[in-house]
Design a protein around this ligand. Sequence first.
Ligand code: TNX
Length: 525
Amino acid sequence: MKTMRTRYFLILNGLFFMLLMTIANPSKASDLSKAALIPKPVSVKALGGSFELSAGVVIRIAEGQPEMQKVAQYLANQLNPATGYNIAIATTGDMPASNYILLEISNANNQLGQEGYELTVTKDNVRLSAGTPEGIFRGIQTIRQLLPANIESSQPQKGPWKIGTGTIVDYPSYTYRGSMLDVARHFFSADDVKRYIDLITAYKMNVLHLHLGDDQGWRIEIKSWPALTEIGGSTQVGGGKGGFYTQEVYKDLVQYAADRFITIIPEIDMPGHTNAALASIPELNPDNKPTKLYTGTNVGFSTLQTNKEFTYQFLNDVIRELTALTPGPYIHVGGDESHVTKKEDYIPFIERVQEIVLANGKLMIGWDETTLSALKPSTVAQYWSKAENATRGVSKGVKIIMSPAAKAYLDMKYHPKTQLGLHWAGYIEVDTGYKWDPATLVPGIAKENILGIECPLWSETVTNIKEIESLLFPRLPGYAEIGWTDAKSRNWEEYKIRLGYQAERFKVMDINYYPSAKVPWKSVK
Ligand code: TNX
């Protein structure tokens, strides 16, 4: 009798322990509703069973959708290394009863828009459907996060590779969700930029803004003005050797991003932040004498000559060549901190540059100061510092990208002891970075005025990819969620638990993250 009771007790205890384990480790759970997804999806309905990705699984695409071949291959490439499988891609004609992942373009659900997707998992198979290949691609990021963290490994791992059964319906809150990398203050190789693209891809961002020209460096080859990179590309903050992207290398980056449905937005900052150009091309200066290369970190001391025709011919060459390299709609022309350009010169300068961008067939983005000028409704202003600049933009009918420095600058330190980064806009701990709503942050800027959000990483203090990662992580997933997940569904207390589970993924992906004490980090092996 006694032994029976003890046994009963032990079994109950064991069951309770198993239950606890399930809650504590969502990657092992078959309950889809417990999956710690970032960004949080619009809706998740769990059915309690599980699908196991096993050897012989096939990725199916419909016949007559060749654009899906690439997306299917991307999924296979994500799954093959860790599973050790060599997943075949086949068309749906000969569909088996089970063990497949179907990627299907369908207009059945018109809520989904350009990037939404619907994921249905049964114990036999997985169906991912969307109106576009882009939507399928975003859904693939969800599949990655539904699998155990080890799926991110480049070496074969044990598995089992289970996903909870049920349905996820998901689409973004904002159409523009991006990050900026400053490759001008310090130069980063094309491989580093690809890594950056992969990191933002995993959280469903869709824009990489590259800050390609500043006082300390010019980083993109312009064939009509080779001195820009020969001279202007030859150094960086601290006096290192700098570097630049040839047009061939840059095109490859654009393609790498496009394969991940990420648009690269090139920025050449002007009329300030232009010392690298002024040092390269004598005629850009009032006395036709080049300035000296600059390797410090001051801002606001340089300017193009707004009253010289030469300046505009030069800019037209630059914008024309950038346009040819840019499949996306936007060219960013900076326009910030032009402290030595007179206001009466700055205003018409930006208007003329806007004409040049439009005449080349692109739309203009400028930092918030550009709203001083007359802007076309197709132009976009990026809010970083002055709310009055951004609201002026709204009154002029332009859309706003929200990058408030005190909330969204990835180069701000987490706290006073953080080694890298700056703190002129404050310290941005993980919770501070997460707890804001683009649509209510600035009175006078509502959701309909906002194109989306972007978190910029200025690189005065970072010199390599591992240092970049330490500022990006763990804040980046939060900015991705602000852009994707409706404000009503977001809450720090709940988010921080999901973020805690990402530690395992960070580890497997070899991401050098800051282990903030604000986050309950979970089970890092
Ligand atoms: C301000 S943000 C700048 C950059 C600096 C950054 C450092 C902006 C439009 N201008 O030139 O790199 O602060 O945080």
